[in-house]
Structure formats: structure tokens, C-alpha cells
Design a binder for this molecule. Sequence first.
Ligand code: CMC
Length: 366
Amino acid sequence: MAENIIAIGLDNVVVAETDLSLVDGQNGLLVYRNHWARDLAIHHTFEEVAHLLWYGELPTEQQLNALKEKLKANRTLPAHVKAALDQIPADVDMMSVLRTGVSLLAEPTHAWPPTLEQVISLTAKMPTIVAYRQACLQGTEPLEPNSALDHTANYLYMLKGEIPHPAHVRALDAYLILTQEHGMNASTFAARVVASTRSDLISSITAAIGALKGPLHGGAPSEVTEMIEQIGTKENAEPWLRAKLEKGERLMGFGHRVYKTIDPRATALRVVASELSADDPWFDLATHVEQVGLKLLAEYKPNRKLNTNVEFFAAAVMRAVGLDDAIFTPTFAVSRVVGWSAHVLEQAANNRIIRPQSNYTGVMPE
Ligand code: CMC
């Protein structure tokens, strides 16, 4: 029998070939197709980068307009989805609501293989699910999508009930671009595993949302703001963080499986957040907590190369544009659905079922 390789956590295991992104953890580089992700975040928009990932190239003006129109035309939620969302108790968290809402978008015609039309329809509706739920929780009338606004501006509009400030749209767009795609992370892997069984797109994305929800993956940003709130003052940062590490607990917003240097998304988002938060004491405290956290991680976990990850400054950006903690991770999903769906299309184009093995450590029957 061939000897199996045991890789708990699938560390360093390659499970797919992809054209979509390169995550270079040693050098802190992130590439979407043949573009630096940080340049895309500065010079392009959500729709342009989605086009790059889905169609393989940045769009011409005509292609961009066509994609924008398709997204706008697909934003409205079917009545049965709204009715079902209305039944979910108020204390159910927003990621569970989003997972359920996406699941309700299944249609009989949406069998395998997945199509770009399905992908666009789903991407267009996810912001509406989040905004609809938030309005219901706040006791306000959910706003219909505004077809005069592009994807990110419309999301902010539906959440906040007013035409958003262009600086906020730009900042959130940068965040949504920088988190659209990131190699074989846990949620993308979950999506590809489901797609590899020839299940449908909605099932893949529902699985991905479940994986993203966990605090070791996409659930970290709200825990970052909670950490900053609990620390409260600069003087309290070192004793608070030290106490955490003494108990063997993890500091949220630090560390990464792949990046052994600074996460390039954190570098880019730090700039975006600082532009919006120049006089904000919260941001001043957050950057202090970052510095103390890095110092203590070097002390407690030498040789582990733990750095600030994307979630630390994702929290700062989303807070600066006025989003509630409860929708930080759902907003990550609103962005990452682009990458998930691009991976599902790629998996379907060259499919083989993903089926690893486990090592039986139990007792054999007599
Ligand atoms: N705080 C304290 N110690 C840490 C941290 C942290 N944030 N991250 C890793 N370590 C320690 C860990 O305890 C272990 O120590 P030891 O070997 O002494 O037991 C060592 O570093 C290696 O950890 P690991 O568990 O092998 O690392 P991993 O690659 O399995 O985990 C991670 C990566 C992101 C889950 C982890 O760094 C973590 O839990 N970070 C905090 C949560 C967080 O910020 N998550 C968002 C990740 S970025 C978004 C995304 O791309 O998903």
C-alpha cells in the first residue's frame, strides 16, 4: 500500500491549480491574475475586479457597463426569501441569516455546472440580504436597491439609508476589492469541495459562508473591535494583551497560515483606514494596540513570525465608514463571493472530486 502523507490542517498541501490568485506568504505579495491586488484596490472598482476574476481580464467600458447593468438588474430579493428571513428570530447572528438567505436563492434550473449568470445573480443579491435583515432588526423599512448607484455605493445606501459620501464608497470599495480573492483559504476550499461533487453553486456558497463565519477565518474583525473596546486605554494595552497570551489565548487580527511577513492587505487597508480616521481616538488606540501586540507576540511566540493580518484593519475601515460590528463578517462574504464563485467556475471547468483520506487511529475489530 502506498504510504500516505499526513498533513493536519492541510499545511502546504496543494489541492488545485488556479489562474485566479497568487498568495506569496514569504514576500507578502498578493496577485489577482496578472495584477497586484493593492494596485487594483487603488485604481479600480468592485465591478472591474469582479470582471477580472470571473472573465479573465479587466473590462472595456462596454463590458463594464454590461456587468453593472446585470448586477443592478439582479439585486432585488424574491418575495419568498424576504418572507422566510422575516421568520428568523432576532437573536440569530447575521452570518447565519446570510447563509440561510443564500440557501433560499436555490432555483430548480440552477443545477451543475454553474454559470456566470448564476454567479452574477447571487453576487448582486447578497448585499440586499444583509441590508434587508439589518433594517428589520432596526425596525426600519428595508430600502429597495438604488439602480442609480454602483455595487458598493448601493450596499452602503441600503445599510445607512442615505446616499453615501464618496470617500466612504472609495474606502469600502478598496476593502471589498482586497478581500474578493485569496487563494485556497478555508471557505474557498469548502466551496470547491462542494462544487467538486457536481453540486450546485448555491450549495457551494452556503458551505463557504459557514466556513467564513469562524473566528479563525472571517469572524475575526468584530473580535478586533471588541478587543480594542475592552482594552479601552493605551495604558491598559500591554497588561491586557499580556494576560491573554499568558492564558494561551490568541490575539485577534494577528497571525496567518500563509503570510510569514506582513499581510499586504493589512498594509493597504491601514492607509485607507488612516485617511478616514485622522482624528479618531479609536484608531489611535488601535494602532497602539497593534504595536504592543506585535511586540508581545515576538516575545511569547518567537520564531512564529506573527504579523498583523487583514482583519485588524478591515475592522478599522468598516468602522470608519459607519458599519456595525455585526455586519463586518457578512460584508467580507459580500466581497469574497466573487472569489468563491470564480473558484467554483474554475473547479467545474476541470473537475475531479476532492476526496482526501483520513488515518484510522481506532481499534480493529477482533
Ligand atoms: N495570537 C497568539 N498566538 C498565535 C496567533 C495569535 N493570533 N496566531 C498563531 N499563534 C500561535 C499559535 O498559538 C501557535 O503557537 P504554538 O506553536 O506555541 O502552539 C503558533 O502561533 C502557530 O499557530 P498555528 O495554529 O499553527 O497557526 P495556523 O496557521 O494554524 O493559524 C490563524 C492561522 C490565522 C488561524 C491564527 O494565526 C489565528 O488564530 N489568528 C487569530 C485569528 C485571526 O486573526 N484570524 C483572521 C485570519 S486572516 C483572514 C483570513 O485570511 O482568513
